[in-house]
Write a protein that binds this ligand. Structure first.
Ligand SMILES: Nc1ncnc2c1ncn2[C@@H]1O[C@H](COP(=O)(O)OP(=O)(O)OP(=O)(O)O)[C@@H](O)[C@H]1O
Length: 597
């Protein structure tokens, strides 16, 4: 009971500054008689709205866009045309504006499936530049240089909203959006987005489809820009191409970066700074561009996580210098709380698998059967093709020739995320984690394909979605405890030493309740104590009914846990059999020690 009360009071404490900020903004028109203040506050509110959508795209999903201004223009002009030329109400025009902006945003996203972030930045910059020319060219629709005038205010029946009411409307929309974004980033959707941003291959290995995630992020960015545009149109009462310059488009990215990307407070802080600074710098008008540029450079070098990130760091430092952190590293001998796999163990069959990288033949026709429910170790000298083999099995790489059969199904062309849904999990050679997320969130990411609640249930915080999330969080905490990370669920993953990062990856993989677990050198960098518990863990995983494929250099570990050992050398299979037999084979000794002179 007291725990529930504690959680509630923490939630109230966290929400308090936001409530004060919203109340202060809402009270502005009541305490200040100056209409300019209300006007500026409404504009700032619209910027926060657009910035929050961009934060979801850029901050959380890593998709840079310099074209948000163009999407705001799309929303504003759609609203303007429908309201001024066709007498639509705001309530009918705004959803259409959102839909059109989502469509335009999705179109802008198409190159994102093929290009890296910085090329997308160029594409979206091009879109921002083209948008203004199009607004001028399509004069019949857009009014050309003069734009659209006489856009009426929204009305509720006979009552037309005043300037003050529009501010309140903007604030209400912001509060709703803030709660929605907060829910999204704390859910499987948010974890999926961050996985796409931080480690796309890892994202696929847990079942996230990067293309769909990017599309979702661009659609969210488009929707908020469209809504921002609709509100801007009725707020100004007119729209002209001059409202949508290149500076306007870039402004949103700066707001997010300066405020703090991937921080909920980022767009709010960024917007406040952008509004406060010009006031403070009125005497230095001609130097403003230089001051902004210099501030951005300094911030990028010394506080790349923006103002919100720097503030969080400062608080964390203060907290850790006060109360000693809870580093209750449980005895790693505690039995691992890995639940039963989600089905029967999976077997794998490789038939004539070849893979080359240019002139390097990494795999030269591998035929191999991995029996379900066994620990199958793959060993061999550096560069013998072990990781390539794991990548082909997990579909992160497509073989040039041959077939991959998973439990009697030919998956030779299946994407990695589909295998994750069938119960294949992966531990990477170098840990691939959500560095800035908590240990709990990292483990929860493993349950991505297990969660049943869909996007709408998550966003609407429906009871069963919340129940499922609470149950999974409790399971993640148990797994963390079983890996010697008890009481540290809220710590940042990047703050862990290398060995513990590896254990965290194992915990994430187990959270998937895998039927086939692919482990790439999990013993690298572990202390003897951690090694011992890893050996016990691997045996325990097999005993619960999971097939384990273990790529490992640590021969003692292999000898103690493997049921079958396969030896590779320069892309060829040397031998495969029980550990004593395979490891004692004269050819294997030769592979490792070189041919006798
Ligand atoms: N993406 C790539 N591009 C080019 N060459 C690659 C790529 N991936 C692997 N290779 C090459 O393929 C060969 C096999 O590499 P792989 O990583 O599979 O070996 P490994 O047995 O896992 O080695 P290690 O034990 O060092 O991890 C090596 O010669 C490597 O340089």
């Amino acid at each position: 009971m007291s725990e529930v009360r504690g959680a509630r009071s923490r939630a109230v404490r966290r929400a308090a500054p936001w409530l004060v900020l919203v109340a202060a903004a809402a009270a502005l028109p009541l305490v200040s008689g100056d209409p300019t203040i209300t006007y500026l506050a409404t504009t700032a509110g619209i910027y926060v709205l657009v910035g929050t959508g961009l934060n979801l795209m850029f901050g959380y999903t890593g998709q840079v866009s310099l074209g948000q201004g163009a999407l705001v223009a799309v929303g504003a002009y759609t609203t303007g045309i429908l309201m001024a030329d066709h007498d639509w109400t705001f309530w009918a025009a705004a959803p259409v504006a959102v839909a059109v902006a989502v469509g335009a945003g999705t179109l802008m996203a198409l190159p994102a499936f093929r290009l890296s972030s910085w090329y997308i930045a160029l594409v979206t910059l091009g879109a921002a530049m083209a948008a203004r020319s199009l607004l001028v060219e399509f004069e019949g629709l857009t009014g050309g240089w003069s734009g659209l005038m006489g856009i009426p205010r929204p009305a509720l029946g006979p009552w037309e909203l005043g300037e003050r009411d529009i501010l309140w409307l903007v604030l209400a929309v912001n509060v709703m959006l803030f709660v929605m974004v907060r829910t999204i980033v704390g859910s499987r959707l948010g974890r999926g987005m961050m996985a796409v941003r931080d480690a796309p291959e890892m994202a696929q290995s847990v079942g996230v489809a990067p293309a769909r995630m990017k599309l979702f992020a661009f659609a969210c960015g488009g929707a908020t820009a469209g809504l921002g545009g609709a509100l801007l149109a009725v707020h100004h009462g007119l729209v002209t191409p001059d409202d949508f310059t290149l500076d306007f488009s870039i402004l949103f990215l700066l707001v997010v970066i300066i405020g703090g990307a991937a921080r909920l407070a980022g767009p709010v802080i960024g917007t406040l700074l952008f509004f406060a600074l010009p006031e403070l710098l009125t005497g230095l008008a001609e130097w403003r561009g230089l001051i902004y540029g210099a501030a951005l450079l300094v911030l990028m070098v010394y506080a790349p996580q923006g103002v919100a990130g720097a503030w969080e760091k400062l608080r964390a430092r203060r907290r850790s210098s006060g109360v000693p952190a809870d580093t209750d590293t449980a005895d790693p001998g505690i039995p691992i709380e890995a639940g039963p796999p989600r089905g029967e163990p999976l077997g794998v069959e490789l038939i004539g698998v070849r893979k080359s990288f240019g002139g390097v033949h990494a795999l030269r026709g591998i035929d191999l059967t991995i029996e379900p429910g066994t620990v199958h170790a793959i060993v061999g000298p550096n560069g013998s093709g072990k990781t390539t083999l794991l990548n082909v099995i997990s579909r992160l790489l497509r073989q040039d020739e041959g077939q991959v059969i998973l439990d009697a199904e030919d998956v030779s062309r299946a994407p990695a995320e589909r295998l994750a849904r069938r119960g294949v999990a992966r531990v990477f050679q170098t840990p691939r984690l959500l560095g800035t997320s908590s240990l709990r969130d990292n483990v929860l990411l493993g349950a991505y394909t297990r969660e049943r609640s869909g996007g709408p249930a998550i966003v609407l915080r429906l009871p069963w979605a919340r129940r499922e999330q609470a149950e999974l969080a409790a399971e993640a905490d148990r797994l963390l405890a079983g890996h010697g990370l008890a009481g540290r669920a809220s710590e940042e993953a990047a703050s862990l030493p290398h060995g513990e990062q590896r254990l965290l990856e194992v915990a994430r993989a187990l959270m998937a309740r895998p039927r086939l677990l692919l482990m790439d050198e999990p013993a690298a960098g572990l202390t003897p104590r951690e090694l011992e518990s890893l050996g016990r863990l691997i045996r325990a995983i097999r005993d619960t009914g999971t097939t384990v494929v273990l790529v490992e250099h640590h021969i003692e570990l292999v000898a103690s846990v493997a049921d079958v050992v396969t030896v590779l050398d320069r892309g060829r299979l040397v031998t495969s059999g029980p550990p004593q037999e395979a490891l004692g084979d004269a050819r294997v000794v030769e592979v490792y020690l070189g041919a006798p002179a």
